[in-house]
Ligand binder design. Structure first.
Ligand SMILES: C[S@@+](CC[C@H](N)C(=O)[O-])C[C@H]1O[C@@H](n2cnc3c(N)ncnc32)[C@H](O)[C@@H]1O
Length: 211
């Protein structure tokens, strides 16, 4: 099969993408210096894709599942209008402490509300509607998150899901996480309630629009 990407293509994509803000650059550097799994951070190319998705969809209320140190939340908050709101969920107090510090430093931080604790539990307490949802937490719950948020997304609303290629493991799933993501992708692919395209950006982003 024809392989479309070559070594160096990620760096090339980055060089042709809008530059990240100094604050996001600092956040990325601190995450790499201090956190155990810094690769969980979405980074500049995907972060900018998220920002443009919020901007072009004119979303006013965004829900993120999986804050980590706050890179994707801050990227999306930049694109929200005044009065817009982004709820971001995570259960890790250590990474949330970093995220909250950067939210406080940002002029867009006041648009962000951190919802600390188990996301599935907390989702029951948030009614929505959410114009755009970004799912990027524990992979075993992807299908649960999707089914919990879909009724809270209006027709025309967007759901973005990260890591749906799982470094290619979806082609030959072995671990529980591999199988959960592959099953989630199968679930979305056959779901007639939504229109979708699986983007091969970074580790794969499912771009889903509710019909
Ligand atoms: C891939 S990271 C999120 C990265 C983030 N979106 C970014 O771009 O920097 C996944 C996060 O999901 C969180 N998480 C895992 N299980 C969770 C759960 N049951 N409820 C809430 N958050 C959870 C982890 O603590 C981790 O910070």
């Amino acid at each position: 099969m024809l392989t479309l990407t070559k070594p160096g293509i990620e760096e090339y994509a980055l060089s042709k993408t809008e530059k990240q803000s100094n604050l996001l650059k600092q956040l990325m550097a601190e995450t790499h210096a201090s956190m155990e799994y810094p690769q969980m951070l979405t980074g500049p190319v995907e972060g900018h894709l998220l920002k443009l998705m919020v901007l072009t969809s004119k979303a006013k209320t965004v829900l993120e599942i999986g804050t980590f140190t706050g890179y994707s939340a801050l990227s999306m908050a930049q694109a929200l209008p005044r009065g817009g709101k982004l709820y971001t969920m995570d259960l890790n107090p250590v990474s949330l402490a970093v995220a909250r510090r950067y939210f406080d430093l940002s002029e867009d931080g006041s648009k962000i509300e951190v919802v600390e604790g188990d996301a599935l539990t907390n989702l029951k307490k948030l009614d929505g509607p959410f114009d755009l949802v970004f799912i990027d937490a524990d992979k075993g719950n992807y299908k649960n998150y999707y089914e919990a948020v879909l009724p809270k997304v209006p027709s025309g609303g967007i759901i973005l899901v990260d890591n749906v290629l799982w470094s290619g493991a979806v082609l030959d799933p072995k671990t529980e996480d591999d199988k959960a993501i592959a099953a989630f992708n199968d679930h979305v692919a056959q779901d007639s309630r939504v229109e979708k395209v699986l983007l091969t950006v970074r580790d794969g982003v499912y771009f889903i629009r509710k019909i």
